[in-house]
Design a protein around this ligand. Structure first.
Ligand SMILES: Nc1ncnc2c1ncn2[C@@H]1O[C@H](COP(=O)(O)OP(=O)(O)OP(=O)(O)O)[C@@H](O)[C@H]1O
Ligand SMILES: [Mg+2]
Length: 240
């Protein structure tokens, strides 16, 4: 579903070049839920933005559902992203002047889907994230956890091949964080959607099937149970 091949990325500021990601390769299969773990500045958001097609890598390939997004033209990529890629942000990024239901429907507006069809799908997803009664409220009338539920529903409405989430529980208290993670796990199981979730918290990562860990721009692939071993310098599992 998601295949990363020899990906490297550097940022240039004038004559200064900062290497952020170095020769990263891994695969995520359909329906997997993977955590991308690493300390602040290790390159997690950069890797997520590259995989979501928000910028182009310095080197390497990114295949989503068999399509190489690195070689796509801007127009083709924009179209591809609308159908295949979902994104959940730490700060929700809902539009303040649209209702909850309209926010969830928005990606389908860009696909010119009929209003009655959009509405039905949005309401069904709102039910799945547990706040059907909030449909006609505005984002400012919701708690942070509820706003993140809306943002999750919005990311799912196009039935994307993969959903990328950048610290989706970073602004929430521990109890709400657990609720949001439970919802993501439930949706992952129910819909077989592939999730890559960035976090710097080991407890969040421990909730997922697989852990990819970034350190100094290099990737260490971990699985449940092996996480501590490789953190303390033990053997890392080979990357596929
Ligand atoms: N546009 C940019 N120009 C130059 N350097 C950048 C740019 N964006 C990110 N970087 C650098 O790349 C490195 C990785 O940043 P990134 O945001 O990917 O880290 P992160 O792992 O997401 O950190 P955090 O947990 O704090 O969100 C940092 O050293 C950062 O300064
Ligand atoms: Mg980040």
């Amino acid at each position: 579903m998601l295949q990363i091949d020899r990906l490297s990325h550097s940022f240039k500021n004038g004559s200064e070049v900062t290497a952020v990601l170095r020769d990263i390769s891994f695969r995520v299969h359909k329906g997997q839920m993977v955590a991308l773990l690493g300390s602040s500045g290790s390159g997690k958001s950069t890797l997520l933005h590259l995989m979501a097609g928000l910028m182009k890598p310095t080197e390497g390939d990114i295949l989503i559902a068999g399509h190489n997004i690195v070689s796509m033209s801007e127009n083709r990529l924009a179209e591809f992203r609308r159908h295949h890629i979902g994104f959940i942000f730490q700060a929700y990024e809902l539009l303040a002047n649209l209702t909850v239901r309209e926010n969830i429907e928005l990606p389908l507006v860009f696909q010119s889907v009929q209003p009655s069809v959009r509405r039905k799908k949005a309401l069904a997803l709102l039910e799945q994230v547990g706040i059907p009664e909030k449909a006609e409220l505005f984002p400012s009338q919701l708690s942070g956890g509820q706003q993140q539920r809306v943002s999750i529903a919005r990311s799912l409405i196009t039935e994307p091949s993969v959903i990328f989430a950048d610290e989706p529980t970073g602004n929430l208290d521990t109890r709400t964080e657990e609720e949001i993670l439970a919802i993501l796990k439930e949706l992952n199981k129910a819909l077989d959607t592939t999730f890559v979730i960035v976090t710097h918290e080991r407890e969040v990562a421990a909730q997922t099937e697989h852990i990819l860990s970034l350190r100094d721009g290099y990737l260490i692939t971990e699985r449940q149970g092996f996480a501590e071993a490789s953190l303390t310098g033990g053997p890392a599992i080979a990357i596929t």
